[in-house]
Design a protein around this ligand. Sequence first.
Ligand SMILES: Cc1cc2nc3c(=O)[nH]c(=O)nc-3n(C[C@H](O)[C@H](O)[C@H](O)COP(=O)(O)OP(=O)(O)OC[C@H]3O[C@@H](n4cnc5c(N)ncnc54)[C@H](O)[C@@H]3O)c2cc1C
Length: 460
Amino acid sequence: MTTDVSLHDAASQLVSTFAGQLLRVGDSGYDEARRVHNGLVDKRPALIARCRGVADIVDAVNLARDHNLEVSVRGGGHNVAGRAVVDGGLMIDLSLIKGIHVDPKNRTVRVQGGVTWGELNRETQFHGLATTGGIVSTTGVAGLTLGGGLGWLMGKYGLALDNLVSVEIVTADGRVLAASADDNRDLFWAVRGGGGNFGVAASFEYRLHPVGPVVTGGIVAHPFGSAGDVLRLFRDITASLPDELTMATGLLNAPDGSGTKLVAIVLCHCGAPRDGEGAVRPLKTFGSPVIDVIGPMPYCQVNALLDPDYPRGALNYWKSQFLAKLSDGAIDAMIECVARCPSRMRGCGVILEHVHGAAARIGVEETAFPHRRDGFSLLILSQWMDPHDNDRCMAWARESYATMESFLATGRYVNYLDHDETGDSVAAAYGPNYPRLQKLKTRYDPHNFFHLNQNIRPLS
Ligand SMILES: Cc1cc2nc3c(=O)[nH]c(=O)nc-3n(C[C@H](O)[C@H](O)[C@H](O)COP(=O)(O)OP(=O)(O)OC[C@H]3O[C@@H](n4cnc5c(N)ncnc54)[C@H](O)[C@@H]3O)c2cc1C
């Protein structure tokens, strides 16, 4: 075990070459740097290495390995389970590494590991280009892509990881490897879904597509009393969607903080505006909405629409799983759950993301991410602000998950697993791909150096 003295000596050695910042308890900026999106996460690393480039990452990895320190890796810091931070070990923080280089001619972009989706979209949209990313602009590209990447463009262009051209990775032994269709192909397969298990991804190269800048998007919301009808409409419409249209629905608290519950549909149509207008008509002509802001809007705006619902520091506890099908019984159960929700906070509730089109046409074994059927990802998103509410808000999510249990499929989305979901939950997230992932983990990280993640155990 590393002592304070040896850690101090090691950190001192690094100081002369490290281009970024090294922060320890008591240093100015330490508390801000250890905080992540989920306010429930309160871990204190012995050392935070705020890297500035690949050489800093390599130095940090070597330091941790040589001094037997536990390591966590922080991209955007959005992981609900707080896997980006470690108690007592070394946190490799990439949030200062924000290089973005768009190649408009070849329609690719290379981004470094600390970039968020809002930052990436701003640069690519400048050229009228985009790739599938998260639906909240403050989420990190790194963790989201390494675990999957559900987003507005997935119907047309697949998940975020389906758009990867190459990844630059620092492995547990301090090597810098390129992973792509040409280089280290098995590693490239593994990082497209395998999360942070195989190394620190220093940078990512994505394919870009012509998108917008104006697309058809927005939110329509109805009173909670119409929830059953709206969810059945959502089910009917999603049964035959064009690839360009990706939709999610939620039974959620209203934006005004009153705790009034609503049923909302959020969407993005990335095709021609006239096609988008036609595709969303059935939604715009249905019932008597209390909110209707669906129409032409910049793609970057669609990607930031939900940002105010999910502020940094809010207390979060999530349960999630794919649905077997959206039956009437499942709809009734969702309504029953949300009616009991104790939090008034906007954005809190039960969400269904519809996966279809290009994201569902890839083979189960083509990438490590295996969930390749048309269907719905169910997310019970408990969110609140007052720590006195911790127990009842977490209990609500657990009880709701139990209520939904008979309607669930076996598959789980690795990026939505919370801190208390390990072992079987991770295996369920990888399904038939888990044995191959374990073999590759054994090859690239035999001692499980990178284990503060949704951990794939190496074979002993
Ligand atoms: C408000 C909100 C909205 C979200 N929206 C979406 C969405 O639209 N679609 C979707 O698919 N998911 C979404 N997510 C889930 C998201 O995919 C995960 O939270 C993801 O882990 C976030 O990545 P990050 O880099 O921000 O997180 P971090 O907490 O920094 O990291 C997450 C995990 O990835 C590892 N990691 C991070 N960076 C690297 C790296 N460079 N190299 C190696 N490992 C690394 C970390 O160690 C950790 O295990 C959302 C989450 C939140 C909180």
